[in-house]
Ligand binder design. Structure first.
Ligand SMILES: NC(=O)c1ccc[n+]([C@@H]2O[C@H](COP(=O)([O-])OP(=O)(O)OC[C@H]3O[C@@H](n4cnc5c(N)ncnc54)[C@H](O)[C@@H]3O)[C@@H](O)[C@H]2O)c1
Length: 344
């Protein structure tokens, strides 16, 4: 069966979505792009030309293009501020919706989207593409295997200095809202724990080229007394970390580090006498399924499988709202200058 898709928001990221669809045979066969929507019609026209989409309806209003195309799926790749209206319009039209992250611009909007999806009886999922990569899957597998014991802490460092221009340099809470959710979501996934509370110090460091919140330092308490710390800056010039963060996972038997690229080191206590016991290396297993490691293509495939089978997608709105709660909890903590509890 082929599903008809309208893609709404034809900016930078939309190209990544179309590349993922066009370069993945199963997705190419199952999805037919029938409409493109952008407030700027020229941008939509240019995207259609770049990806050879000759027979698509192009417009500036989602409702109008949905009526013209009778699409079954909406790919939502608009900026976060426009997400609520786009998703509610798509759901009200009876479409399944896959949204870019972040799922919503506030917890109230997120809760409202869950209600709208339940009312429509449609799949509503979020592109949390950075959990669908080999490194995150490998960390998850090692933790699940128990090789380093029960985990007690996860520490992540994220220091990069990208000069995006555009909406990111004007928005509030830019690092927490636009980027940190990837690492927060991955920490929740790898640990398998529930975030309970957060204390966060958010700053816009001297020299920052962003309007607000280019740096954040957050300490989360997860269930089972697991601690997750995040130190991040988006205005850190010099030799950067990976976009996935640099990770250290501490367990009762040993530790795992991942540099966010190809460098894994896992080890447990060695057998030396004296103050320190030394260490014995542990092998980090490969991902159990290759198809879970292709970023956007994997999320889209998971979404499509959920539509076909009726199961919940891995990054369904109901699940993703817990990662969003980490972001908004951190923002609220920074605003209040104290720790805040996160909704279960
Ligand atoms: N998952 C990732 O790794 C990743 C990476 C980059 C961006 N993103 C996310 O993708 C989304 C889009 O980011 P981008 O970099 O493509 O931004 P962008 O500014 O390049 O593109 C957004 C487009 O949406 C259009 N738009 C805005 N409101 C609209 C509306 N109501 N209806 C139709 N079109 C509308 C704009 O005109 C613009 O062309 C953001 O939520 C961002 O956080 C995700």
């Amino acid at each position: 069966m082929t599903y008809s898709v309208v893609l709404c928001g034809c900016g930078a990221m939309a190209k990544g979505w179309l590349r993922a669809v066009q370069s993945t045979p199963d997705l190419r066969d199952a999805l037919r792009i029938v409409g493109l929507v952008d407030l700027n019609e020229d941008v939509a026209q240019a995207l259609a030309a770049e990806f050879g989409l000759a027979d698509v309806v192009i417009g500036t209003d989602l409702q109008t293009v949905l009526e013209a195309t009778k699409a079954e799926i909406v790919f939502d790749v608009v900026i976060p501020a426009a997400r609520h209206v786009v998703v509610t319009t798509a759901l009200a039209h009876g479409c399944h919706v896959l949204s870019e992250k972040p799922m919503a611009n506030s917890m109230e909007e997120a809760a409202d989207l869950l209600k709208a999806a339940a009312k429509a009886g449609k799949i509503h999922s979020v592109v949390q593409n950075r959990r669908f990569i080999s490194g995150v899957r490998r960390m998850h597998r090692l933790v699940e295997s128990g090789a380093i014991g029960d985990i007690t802490a996860i520490h992540c460092d994220f220091f990069i200095g990208p000069h995006f221009g555009g909406f990111r340099e004007k928005m509030d809470n830019v690092l927490l809202l636009d980027m940190a959710i990837h690492t927060f979501d991955a920490a929740r996934y790898v640990s398998g724990k529930t975030p309970l509370s957060v204390y966060c110090l958010e700053t816009n460091p001297s020299g920052s080229w962003y309007a607000h919140g280019a740096s954040a330092n957050a300490v989360f308490r997860f269930s089972d007394d697991v601690v997750f710390t995040y130190r991040g800056s988006w205005c850190a010039e010099g030799e950067r970390t990976s976009w996935e963060s640099a990770w250290r996972i501490v367990g009762t038997k040993g530790m795992l580090t991942w540099d966010g690229e190809d460098g894994f080191k896992a080890s447990v206590a060695g057998s030396e006498d004296g103050l320190l016991r030394g260490f014995a290396p542990v092998e980090v297993p490969p991902p159990s399924r290759d198809e879970e490691t292709h970023g956007h293509a994997s999320v889209i495939a998971d979404f499509l499988d959920a539509i076909r089978t009726g199961r919940a997608p891995e990054t369904a709105g109901e699940d993703n709202i817990r990662s969003l709660a980490m972001v908004f909890g951190a923002i609220e903590s920074a605003r209040l200058g104290r720790s805040v509890e996160l909704a279960a």
